[in-house]
Ligand binder design. Structure first.
Ligand SMILES: Cc1ncc(C[n+]2csc(CCOP(=O)(O)OP(=O)(O)O)c2C)c(N)n1
Ligand SMILES: [Mg+2]
Length: 334
């Protein structure tokens, strides 16, 4: 294993960005963090059946990418998809209720954590089979291209996924057909307990892009502005018919792979270095250096979200279970 520490570039000035955008970046990242930590608590209390894969630490990649998309664009999400779905606009109430297995959940409580989504906000229900979402994203992009709808798809996946056969096929197909899709890798350095450097004989996953005939870039994924800028560029390219881009965001999973993983296989030196580069306090600090933001402003946002997450739990707790008589509904697509 080769330890990979974060290499944040010098912070780009935020003065050229609108307050609304910067505020929304902070709000969504904070919302994801609070949501994920609350899910962990609720899981430990025994309120959430099944399993959970949390994404705290990776908020900047999800938020930066989704804010660069249009509302009618689509994302495909992973087994670690709560943050990606929240970033695109799926309500925390509907996800929390889904995790509790309740009828008011975004998939009526039939899917649970590994299958959250809602087409109305552009989140294709999650696909937990590693690698399987990339060909599906290419297929959706193919449909958008045929319909000339100008919509695009952002396919989220992890580093481990980039060694799956279906992932390679999807990239090739998307490139030869110039499909409007962005392949967005959240490289958190681990596929379960396997370190990136043990299974990739290359420095970066994006180095593979030229072999498929598409541009690829590796960026620091804990800065929402860097991610936003690159995805905006890739979206422009996709929308104008120039085809896919591979964007690799270097980030870090702050917790274990899933609920029962203490992640003791990670070197302390690596964990400490990445925890110091936590995207949320870092971004908060950056906002405070700009005189358009104050501590009061940001505290008001935090309070608003704290209330939202507490209400999401209450909503989930008080919602009914789905009636068993409806179990066979929604099984086949129309
Ligand atoms: C085809 C398939 N093989 C194995 C698994 C079990 N599995 C779930 S997540 C995961 C690791 C994925 O790693 P990565 O793509 O880096 O995503 P991360 O978990 O780091 O977000 C594995 C092997 C699966 N869901 N699907
Ligand atoms: Mg990974």
């Amino acid at each position: 294993m080769k330890i990979r520490k974060p290499e944040p570039p010098k912070n780009k000035s935020i003065t050229g960005y609108e307050v609304n955008l910067l505020e929304e970046m902070y709000r969504r990242m904070y919302r994801i963090r609070k949501f994920e930590l609350m899910v962990n608590t609720q899981f430990l209390k025994g309120n959430i059946p099944g399993t959970i894969h949390l994404s705290h630490g990776q908020e900047a990649s999800a938020v930066g990418a989704c804010l660069a998309l249009n509302e009618d664009d689509f994302i495909t999400i992973t087994h670690r998809g709560h943050g990606q779905a929240i970033a695109k606009g799926l309500s925390t109430k509907s996800i929390m209720a889904e995790l509790f297995g309740k009828a008011t959940g975004c998939c009526k409580g039939k899917g649970g954590s590994l299958h959250i989504g809602n087409m109305s906000v552009g989140v294709l229900p999650a696909i937990a089979i590693v690698g399987a979402s990339s060909p599906i994203a290419a297929g959706m992009a193919f449909a958008f291209k045929r319909k000339e709808s100008k919509q695009i798809v952002c396919n989220f996946f992890g580093d481990g996924t980039a060694n799956k056969g279906d992932w390679h096929e999807a990239l090739n197909l998307a490139a030869i057909w110039s499909l409007p899709v962005i392949f967005l890798c959240e490289n958190n350095l681990y596929g379960v307990s396997t370190h990136f450097s043990d299974v990739f004989p290359i420095e970066n996953i994006a180095d593979r892009a030229p072999a498929y005939g598409m541009p690829g870039i590796t960026i620091y994924g804990n800065d929402p502005i860097i991610v936003y800028e690159e995805v905006l560029e890739a979206a422009k390219r996709a929308r104008s018919g120039k085809g896919p881009t591979l964007v690799e965001c270097l980030t870090y999973r702050q917790g274990g792979h899933k609920r029962d993983d203490p992640a003791t296989y990670r070197p302390k030196e690596e964990v400490d270095a990445w925890l110091k580069q936590d995207p949320i306090p870092n971004f908060r600090e950056r906002l405070l250096k700009d005189n358009r933001f104050s501590d009061e402003n940001l505290k008001a946002i935090e309070q608003e979200i704290d209330v939202e997450i507490a209400e999401a739990v209450e909503f989930a707790q008080n919602s009914p279970m789905l009636s068993i008589s409806l179990a066979l509904e929604d099984v086949y697509a129309e």
